[in-house]
Design a protein around this ligand. Structure first.
Ligand code: GTP
Ligand code: MG
Length: 136
């Protein structure tokens, strides 16, 4: 069986959508194997988003992601990495398909960074790396 790291980002927690997002993960059939709430340090986030270092949205992204508590989830199930990315929808919540977390619950708020409610690891390699960071 496979594991992934899911984050309910600060916008999701602040809007009171944690329960709804966890509900969708479980309703799909994935198992929540571990869960913690924390306000992430800039150091942790810089490691988490190291692939985006140097991009114009990197600094606003770190600022946003450290602005309040997030909920980190270790989720488990066959093909959960691909399956959760499908549940989440595309990165831009305006364009994300209805039926997805971002498509149903997200929108453009006119701020510097895309606030899109959730993160999910995008490969087995990044899942392993990210789970090591958030559930050390
Ligand atoms: P994550 O699951 O959070 O990693 O999202 P993703 O895999 O759909 O997107 P990606 O890893 O490419 O980018 C990480 C995060 O940076 C996104 O979720 C957005 O919050 C933000 N981001 C990505 N691309 C852009 C962009 O072009 N403009 C802005 N403003 N923000 C972006
Ligand atoms: Mg990503």
């Amino acid at each position: 069986t496979e594991e992934t790291l899911i984050l309910v980002k600060p916008d999701g927690v602040a809007r009171g959508l944690t329960g709804e997002i966890l509900r969708r993960i479980e309703a799909k059939g994935y198992r929540i194997a571990d869960l913690r709430m924390l306000t992430a340090s800039r150091e942790l986030l810089a490691e988490h988003y190291e692939e985006h270092e140097g991009k114009p949205f990197f600094e606003p992204l770190i600022e946003f992601m450290s602005s309040g508590p997030v909920v980190a989830v270790r989720a488990e199930g066959n093909r959960v990495i691909e399956g959760f990315r499908a549940l989440a929808g595309t990165t831009d919540p305006t364009a994300a398909a209805p039926g997805t977390i971002r498509g149903d619950l997200g929108r453009d708020w006119g701020v510097a960074v895309q606030q899109n409610l959730v993160h999910g690891s995008d490969s087995t390699l990044s899942a392993e790396r990210e789970l090591g960071l958030w559930f050390a």
